[in-house]
Design a protein around this ligand. Structure first.
Ligand code: FAD
Length: 495
């Protein structure tokens, strides 16, 4: 008998789970409430990437496409970025992080002195060690525990465990490699890749530095091409993708997931259900009372950050944008105190800009260019209603930071499209707008994410709020782990 699987949500985790399940011979229906799949990976206005823009760990997708009998490069044109990101603190200080290790070390030397350049090389070596130690026993493993991790990574005893720096915070660990506050800020920003504060996140997150060095990829035609390629592959392998299909209930028979019901009242029976919506939506009853106890509730204080984003087309001047640009605030600590402590967007925010029409060092395009601007914000979209005046004030602060760094953005013909935590909460129910699941704060935080299996037989989780964590490749790995669990349980979950 062919196993029938319903996947709720067409984010990266849902699409990847659906592909692997279809390849394994399952009869898969993917149900997405929006008109198009992609979830956080979305485009707004004139084809502006409004979600993830930094594409790393391409090996994850190489493996997924190969497993499905094709190749990533036959479906997507990727170019490796030579400049990983351009950083500015004011209108005189800029610093480029290069893909090439020695080129970056030389740049650090010119920017902050020889001792910092040596610190950078030591930091990079440590980041690689952490990544190499964790790839198999953590990233690729079903819900590891500290014990299984230590065993799988050969972390015998305290010296072994210290290799991955789990007990330090990222900011404290960075202070051992860098004295220059700008470099501590630059590498501390990696905590925000999973919506966390560098002052609370474990130093293990240094591994992001290695992930980026291993390759940041520019996707020709924009990030959404990745969703298009995954969707096409899924359909090619027989997945039925149904958009505008809002799932309102996960049905149980004798305590086992037996299918889903759409808001329209239509029932779709299934032997297994994979939930790609944020698992925080389950305990809040978004999929019915029967499954509400399948995962523990997440306290709002444990949520990762949300964001405020502006997507626009505008002419820019006075600052040579690269693809990825960061305009740092003068007081990074205050930013995270605002977001996680005082519960409001930073008074003086760091601004990230993706200039989608630029490559590494390409000149400004003629006329307006596509920009995504982003600042951090608390995930309070389900309990606060932000006024027009507040949104205008954040917008002003964001422009002020850019101006302080010399970047002039001319008024766009069409006003920017602004996404607030409230809108993120509407798009991703049950989250408050948290974009990365639970914050990774404290040495045990990474083990607190739910795994692929829930307490309900036949109900599985996939996505960036699930193990192994947030981000496009991690959500994809989570989708693979969910599919593997469904397949492994295949016989026992059949109706
Ligand atoms: C602004 C922004 C910038 C980011 N930058 C980066 C970056 O540069 N690099 C990176 O790697 N990551 C980045 N991320 C994170 C990355 O986008 C996510 O971790 C990843 O895309 C999450 O995928 P997912 O599988 O969890 O699915 P999601 O994207 O969360 O999608 C879940 C899907 O489920 C659907 N759904 C929910 N409820 C229902 C229902 N009842 N019925 C049917 N469907 C439902 C939703 O509509 C959605 O399509 C960024 C995210 C954002 C928002």
């Amino acid at each position: 008998m062919v196993l029938k699987v319903a996947v709720i949500g067409g984010g990266i985790g849902g699409l990847v789970a659906a592909i692997d399940l279809a390849v394994a011979g399952c009869d898969v229906t993917l149900l997405e409430r929006q008109p198009t799949p992609g979830g956080k990976l979305r485009v707004l206005g004139p084809q502006i990437d409004a979600g993830p823009t930094v594409f790393t760990m391409r090996w994850v997708f190489d493996e997924i496409f190969a497993h499905a009998g094709t190749s990533l490069e036959s479906r997507l044109t990727l170019q490796s970025a030579k400049i990983l990101a351009r950083h500015a603190w004011d209108d005189t200080e800029t610093f480029d992080l290069h893909a090439d290790l020695q080129q970056t070390a030389d740049a650090v030397g010119r920017f902050a002195g020889a001792a910092e350049a040596r610190g950078f090389l030591e930091f990079s070596a440590r980041a690689k060690t952490i990544y190499d130690t964790l790839e198999k026993p953590f990233l690729r493993a079903q819900l590891p525990t500290p014990i299984s991790l230590a065993a799988g990574a050969g972390l015998s005893g305290l010296p072994g465990l210290l290799r991955i720096s789990p007990f330090d915070t990222l900011s404290r660990a960075l202070a051992k490699f860098f004295t220059d506050p700008r470099l501590r800020q630059l590498f501390g920003r990696y905590a925000t890749y999973c919506g966390s504060s560098p002052y609370l996140a474990p130093a293990t997150l240094m591994l992001v530095a290695h992930v980026e060095r291993d390759g940041v990829w520019l996707v020709k035609g924009g990030m959404y091409r990745l969703v298009a390629a995954l969707g096409a592959l899924a359909e090619h392998r027989g997945v039925k993708i149904r958009c505008a299909a809002d799932v309102s209930k996960i049905e149980l028979v004798h305590g086992r997931a037996s299918g889903v019901m759409l808001a329209s009242g239509e029932r779709i029976p299934a032997d297994a259900v994979v939930l790609n919506a944020d698992p925080a939506s389950l305990p809040q009853g978004y999929f019915g009372e029967a499954v509400a106890r399948s995962t523990p509730a997440i306290k709002p204080a444990a949520r990762s950050q949300s964001a405020i984003t502006w997507t626009l087309r505008a002419r820019t001047e006075n600052f040579a944008l690269s693809r990825h640009n960061v305009f740092f605030s003068p007081n990074y600590k205050a930013e995270f105190d605002d977001v996680f402590g005082r519960g409001h967007p930073p008074d003086n925010p760091t601004v990230y800009i993706c200039a989608q029409d630029r490559d590494d060092d390409s000149p400004a395009p003629e006329g307006p260019e596509r920009l995504l601007c982003l600042i951090n914000a608390p995930a309070d979209g389900d309990c606060k209603t932000h006024t027009e005046a507040e949104i205008a004030a954040w917008t002003k602060k964001m422009w002020q930071r850019l101006q302080a760094c010399g970047l002039q953005v001319h008024p766009p013909e069409t006003p920017p499209e602004i996404t607030t935590p409230q809108e993120f909460n509407r798009l991703f129910p049950g989250t408050g707008g948290a974009l990365y699941g639970q914050a990774v704060h404290g040495s045990m935080a990474t083990f607190r994410r739910p795994g692929a299996k829930t307490r309900i037989p036949g109900l599985y989780l996939a996505g960036g709020a699930t193990h192994p964590g947030a981000g496009v490749p991690m959500a994809a790995l989570s989708g693979r782990l969910a599919a593997a669990s469904v397949i492994a349980d295949g016989g026992s979950t059949r109706r």
